[in-house]
Design a binder for this molecule. Structure first.
Ligand code: PLP
Length: 384
């Protein structure tokens, strides 16, 4: 898609430049959206490569090539209808009856899926605390697949990816890393040795809370074929327009992330200094337990901040008192979204009841701060 021979550019340029049609007189500068469930065929199987809309669609390819380049993958990404569809395809790389070891505070959808597969006898699940390196490495013995996420959702634990990926390989496991929180602009797990990277592109990549989308990436041809075949046969394909929106969102990922991160560190610092806030989790704070490690494996600290209040009731009133920020699940959009995670029944017990996750958006910092301050004040009013 991209102009052949274009020099390798900075990722901030790549998000703008990748996946565009070749320059030609009157060519559009954005890719087409092919709203077609089937494609004109020829009676020569080798030539008839698209065939049907569940096998392939040209609308997926610019996004798949762009994210692959950003993640440092030689093979195109495999896009899916949602992040969970990508997660599910990647988890199913474990053989039936195989042991999968999952860092216990991974995304709750991933945990629920892994537990369900375990309960149904499809796999044997080992849940580990990936911050406890020794115990985690012991659990890798006999594992077919290791699942890592860093920073984790919503505890923001920073997991030692290079060390754990290496240990998992020594134990003979395939390693999958969920890179949703970091985005390819802040962390590239394939370069640390991961076999597969997955994203909920619903979040930062698409970036506008208007689409669900997932993608999986690998450098290994055999794994790529298996993931592709999962998509074709399980059928969780992205819609052509959704893939186009994903690429449209990617165009501004670098600037959105820069602003959101700048807001995140400012909010994290101000909230740390606020007497009503009992704990702030953000790897960008120099006092955060994950800060040193994040500084070695990430090139920025992301835009998710989790805070805790004294009680669940205060946390809940805080969220309910916000006027600018929106009380909603999900993350990675231009608008600030705030949620007390344990309101979700599927959220693991390791997540404190009084924890509030903030997906920091790109609004003006003083407007955000004014909103947070008034909401904390309402939530902690003495006459309540
Ligand atoms: C949201 C999310 C997912 C699931 O993605 P969907 O697009 O909602 O299916 C997976 N992993 C992480 C870290 C997420 O935040």
């Amino acid at each position: 898609m991209n102009a052949a021979g274009a020099p390798k550019s900075h990722p901030n340029t790549s998000v703008v430049a990748l996946g565009r049609p070749l320059h030609a007189p009157d060519a559009p500068i954005n890719p087409h959206i092919a709203m077609s469930s089937t494609f004109v065929g020829v009676d020569t199987p080798e030539l008839n490569e698209r065939g049907y809309g569940r096998f392939s669609n040209e609308s997926w390819e610019p996004l798949e090539e762009a994210i692959a380049t950003l993640e440092g993958a030689d093979l195109p990404g495999v896009s899916f209808a949602s992040g969970m569809a990508a997660v599910s395809a990647a988890i199913s790389l474990a053989p039936i009856g195989g042991v999968i070891t999952v860092a216990g505070t991974s995304y709750n959808g991933t945990m629920s899926l892994a537990r369900q597969l375990h309960d149904e006898g499809a796999v044997v699940l080992r849940e580990v605390n990936a911050l406890d390196l020794d115990a985690t490495i012991v659990a890798f013995q006999g594992s077919s697949l290791v699942w890592l996420e860093s920073p984790t959702n919503p505890l923001l634990d920073v997991v030692d990816l290079p060390r754990l990926i290496d240990a998992a390989h020594q134990a003979g496991a395939i390693v999958v890393v969920d890179n949703t929180f970091s985005t390819p602009l802040r962390q590239q797990p394939l370069s640390m040795g991961a076999d597969v990277v997955v994203h909920s592109a619903t979040k930062f990549i698409a970036g506008h809370s208007d689409v669900l989308l997932g993608i999986a990436l690998t450098n290994q041809r055999q794994l790529h074929e298996r993931i592709l075949s999962r998509r074709t046969l399980h059928g969780a394909i992205p819609g052509p327009f959704e893939a186009w929106l994903g690429l449209r969102g990617l165009r501004t990922l670098a600037v959105r992330l820069e602003r959101a991160e700048a807001n995140a560190i400012e909010l994290a610092q101000r909230l740390s200094a606020h007497t009503a806030v009992t704990r702030v989790r953000y790897p960008g704070l120099s006092t955060d337990p994950g800060h040193a490690l994040a500084s070695t494996q990430m090139s920025g600290y992301g835009a998710i901040v989790s805070i805790e209040f004294e009680t669940k009731e205060i946390a809940s009133r805080f969220v309910g008192s916000l006027q600018l920020a929106t009380p909603a699940t999900s993350l990675g959009g231009v608008e600030t979204l705030v949620e007390r995670r344990r309101r979700q029944l599927s959220e693991p017990e390791e997540v404190p009841e009084e924890l509030v996750r903030i997906s920091v958006g790109i609004e003006h910092i003083e407007d955000l701060w004014a909103d947070f301050e008034q909401a904390i004040q309402s939530a902690t009013r003495k006459d309540l």
